[in-house]
Design a protein around this ligand. Structure first.
Ligand code: PHE
Ligand code: ZN
Length: 863
């Protein structure tokens, strides 16, 4: 038994920090194994007379400490593994500390560490405390000035804010000084030092100020940063137009690093990116990479207002910056790439990640009230559901009142660390609406279920809708209350004509009825248009109604949704042992008609052609049997490939683009449809299709086509798989980002020997477990996206994942913890499997020296 039960942090215990840190002066003497950091904090008491000064600090070697220049005697302060305490601090003073740290041994990638021979930092959420002693909490805002000294081998010395001085020092060393005029919390501090190439540009803001833009990358990679730089300029412009937000410093920098736990980080004026979300060219990046780069560059830039200028009072308010900022980046993507297609992709991701989380033991409210490790709360719920809440707020208030609320928030809370309550209060005030019920969305976990029943009275020409909602219990929340749910509803006639335009019905009770008059004929209900709320909807629609929507709904989201629902029901029916052959034919026919609709964009058709994923299907199942789902889904794939073979081959040919590569949405849509056709045809691998697929892979001139061809080769197994993997590896062995794709495609390998091969790949010379991208490419892809092989009846897939979690936890707890989730759903699987999953969670929890990160998630998953 472990004796050191970790302490939970509770929202209810929030107390302001009893001191203000007005200015923070940091001097870094950089050295790979012995870096010296001296900090000069100007401290002023704001709380009670007897309050001690307690600073966070971990893994620091304290070299010296002084108050107002006077070194402290041993009895005047205390240091333990987590903090430095000065029991009797003056009311106003300057505290100077000097510490030594070892960046090169830091494989947790939090704090100051080395990546590719360069120094870089990651401080959110609690990494700053491994750099120096400081109140490492988001509500302590300070003005920073930074001096960096380093060997000439590290030519670029970067930190937040504006550069103020630089020059050379003795012994081949040099220095740079930076000053950030905007007070910020410690989690937004950043430093980078090393040999980098830079791509430079500028942006003129709406008030006419010139901002210098710089993207720093590995030497030789500058041309691959062009798309990110262009995305940045589009994001800056968009934020001015959509939200009236202008950039505030004279310089904006982005740096790409290969070793990074997350996607990217919004440090003030110096964003640091995982290189996978920054570098792109047609040869090495897929359209999906381009799409994500555009979104993440915007996301981090948007944080400058939603996160940096206005930050979080405490980490329970994380959704205040993350949910709002995801909402903002989704808005940009919709404007750049088409609203309907973007919405479908966002909802697909929401359901795959957030709905799964909300349905399992790790379910938590968008604003949680307790945690062990805040690192574990960078979840789909905080981010994606957080964004959905803002989207509903906009739907309920209407765009003008929503914008007024945003303006009020930016004006009232600029320069503050604030709360979700204060944010919502701005919208209530700007709109004059009572939003107290709406706040429940932040406090209540779980995905609401909504049902809509319709009754049509032909004689009266009236339609009555009965809407109900309920939410199942989640851990710690047995009883749920009704939430205000905006449900966008329209009506179609049986022949597809519009009978009634979209209207938002606000369902804010457990049950309500709505009566619509002047409906001249029996209507087909199109509900939850655009996925107007993050709920599970069920209606009394018959398949024939769904075919009407699938064929002609004006709401493209619901057109897609109808197709998915039809396919899902067919797969589930077959998996349950009662196949509906006639229904499958009918579905394939309707899909064929949708694919030849000239009015629909290729990107949309590609989405229509993708069947619901296996993890999504498993969510719909009690006691899920991944093998049965896989087989049933494959059956429908084959049926489509056979039934629509000619059409799919024709489209595959027509979508081919000859000539120069363009990364724009239209070209990407054509490639997406072509790849979707290839994927579909691989389900019927006769000689003609095989030749076509081999041709697709062999002739690929960009990474999108290449990966679109590689997966079907891998899925075929045998010689095509070996040959394709070998030639791909040979071509790309020196490109880390492309090698990640090589590992990932093998993580998704649907063949029966996939688990064995994945385990063998962990011994491959190119497998680097200390690099989170490489690790996730293989291990996380396998566990999350290859259910048929992960859920091997022997339990060997689960044991493999547990082994990897324990190995990685020894040096990188944050990344290890993010691998726990696939085991968390154990209750949803059939008991033979669920028991084996649980056994691995028990094994993890019993492991000595487990990190708090993994302990928290694994024990919650056990429930
Ligand atoms: N705040 C980052 C974002 O923009 C995410 C992040 C969290 C990155 C923690 C690194 C560490 O979403
Ligand atoms: Zn963010």
């Amino acid at each position: 038994m472990r004796t050191d039960t970790p302490q939970a942090v509770n929202l209810a215990d929030y107390r302001p920090f009893p001191f203000a840190i007005e200015t923070t002066r940091l001097v870094f003497d950089l050295h790979p194994t012995r870096t010296r950091v001296s900090a000069e904090l100007s401290v002023r008491r704001t709380g009670g007379k007897n309050e001690p000064l307690v600073l966070n600090g971990e893994r620091l070697k304290l070299v010296s400490i002084a108050i107002d220049g006077r070194p402290l005697a041993a009895g005047e302060y205390g240091v333990d593994a987590e903090r430095l305490t000065i029991a009797e601090a003056p009311d106003a003073f300057v505290l100077t500390t000097e510490v030594e740290i070892d960046p090169s041994s830091n494989k947790a990638l939090m704090g100051l560490y080395m990546s590719g021979g360069r120094f870089c930092t990651q401080c959110e959420a609690e990494g700053f405390r491994t750099i120096t002693y400081f109140p490492d909490r988001p509500d302590v805002l300070s003005r920073y000035s930074v001096r960096i000294e380093a060997d000439g081998k590290f030519p670029h010395l970067l930190s937040n804010g504006n550069p103020v001085a630089s020059g050379s020092l003795d012994g081949g060393r040099h220095f740079a000084e930076w000053s950030d005029p905007f007070p910020k919390p410690s989690y937004l501090f950043a430093l980078v030092a090393g040999d980098l190439d830079v791509l430079a540009d500028k942006f003129i803001t709406m008030s006419g100020r010139e901002v210098a833009l710089r993207v720093f990358v590995d030497p030789g990679q500058a041309s691959r940063a062009a798309y990110a730089l262009d995305s940045l300029k589009r994001a800056m412009k968009w934020d001015e137009e959509a939200f009236g937000r202008e950039y505030d410093l004279d310089l904006f920098m982005i740096v790409a690093v290969r070793d990074f736990n997350f996607g990217a980080m919004e440090n003030k004026g110096l964003n640091i990116f995982n290189s996978s979300l920054l570098l792109a060219d047609p040869q090495t990046a897929t359209d999906l990479d381009y799409e994500r780069i555009e979104a993440v560059v915007a996301h981090e830039y948007f944080h400058n207002w939603t996160g940096n200028r206005i930050t979080c009072r405490d980490w329970f308010q994380l959704c205040l910056k993350e949910g709002f900022t995801v909402f903002r980046d989704q808005g940009l993507s919709a404007d750049m790439r088409g609203a309907a297609v973007q919405r479908i992709k966002d909802v697909r991701a929401l359901r795959a990640r957030q709905f799964a989380e909300d349905a399992g033991p790790l379910a938590h409210p968008v604003r949680p009230s307790s945690y062990l490790k805040i690192d574990n709360f960078y979840t789909a719920t905080i981010y994606e559901k957080g964004a959905e809440i803002i989207r509903m707020l906009k739907a309920i208030l209407g765009a003008p009142a929503f914008r007024k609320g945003c303006d009020l928030y930016f004006q009232r809370h600029d320069g503050e660390a604030t709360t979700v309550e204060a944010f919502i209060a701005c919208f209530a005030e700007a709109s004059g609406r009572d939003l107290s019920g709406f706040f429940g969305w932040y406090e209540q976990a779980g995905t609401p279920s909504v049902t809509i029943e319709t009754a049509y009275d032909a004689a009266a020409g009236a339609l009555t809708l009965t809407l109900t909602q309920s939410t199942s219990p989640t851990p710690g929340q047995p009883d749920k209350k009704p939430l205000p749910i905006p449900i966008a509803i329209g009506l179609l006639a049986a022949d597809g004509r519009v009978l009634r335009d979209t209207e938002i019905v606000l369902l804010d009770q457990a049950q309500m009825t709505v009566r619509w008059d002047s409906i001249p004929e029996p209507p087909v209900l199109s509900a939850l248009r655009g996925f107007s709320a993050p709920v599970n909807l069920s209606t009394d629609a018959r398949p024939s109604d769904r075919y009407v929507l699938f064929g002609s709904d004006t709401d493209l989201f619901n057109r897609w949704e109808a197709g998915q629902t039809l396919a899902r029901d067919l797969i589930l029916t077959r998996a349950a042992g009662a196949p509906d052959e006639v229904g499958e034919e009918r579905y394939a026919d309707a899909l064929g008609r949708a694919l030849v609709d000239d009015a629909a964009e290729p990107a949309f058709k590609a989405l229509l052609l993708a069947l619901p994923s296996e993890p999504d299907l498993a969510l719909m199942f009690e006691a899920a049997d991944p093998a049965a789902l896989h087989a049933a889904r494959d059956h429908l794939r084959t049926r489509i490939a056979v039934h629509l073979g000619d059409l799919l081959r024709r489209l595959h040919g027509e979508m081919q683009i000859n000539g120069e590569f363009s990364s724009d949405a239209a070209a990407a849509g054509r490639r997406a449809l072509r790849n979707a056709c290839a994927e579909a045809l691989s389900a019927d691998p006769h000689a003609e299709n095989l030749a076509r697929l081999l041709g697709h892979f062999g002739a690929a001139r960009n990474m999108t086509d290449m990966i679109g061809g590689l997966y079907p080769m891998v899925a075929m197994g045998g010689v095509p798989r070996e040959k394709a993997l070998e030639s791909f590896h040979h071509a790309w062995r020196t490109e880390p980002l492309v090698l990640d794709k090589w590992f990932a495609v093998q993580g998704r390998d649907p063949n029966p020997d996939a688990l064995e091969r994945v385990i063998a790949l962990t011994q491959h010379p190119d497998f680097e477990p200390t690099n989170p991208n490489r690790l996730r490419a293989l291990v996380s892809t396998f566990a999350n996206f290859n259910p048929a092989r992960f859920h091997d009846p022997s339990g060997a897939g689960y044991a493999f994942l547990a082994d990897e979690i324990l190995k990685v936890d020894a040096f990188n707890p944050m990344t290890a913890a993010r691998l726990v989730e696939p085991l968390g759903g154990w209750r949803r699987y059939k008991p033979e499997l669920g028991d084996l999953m649980r056994a691995q969670l028990e094994r993890i929890v019993a492991h000595p020296n487990l990190s708090k990160n993994v302990l928290e998630l694994a024990s919650k998953a056990l429930g």
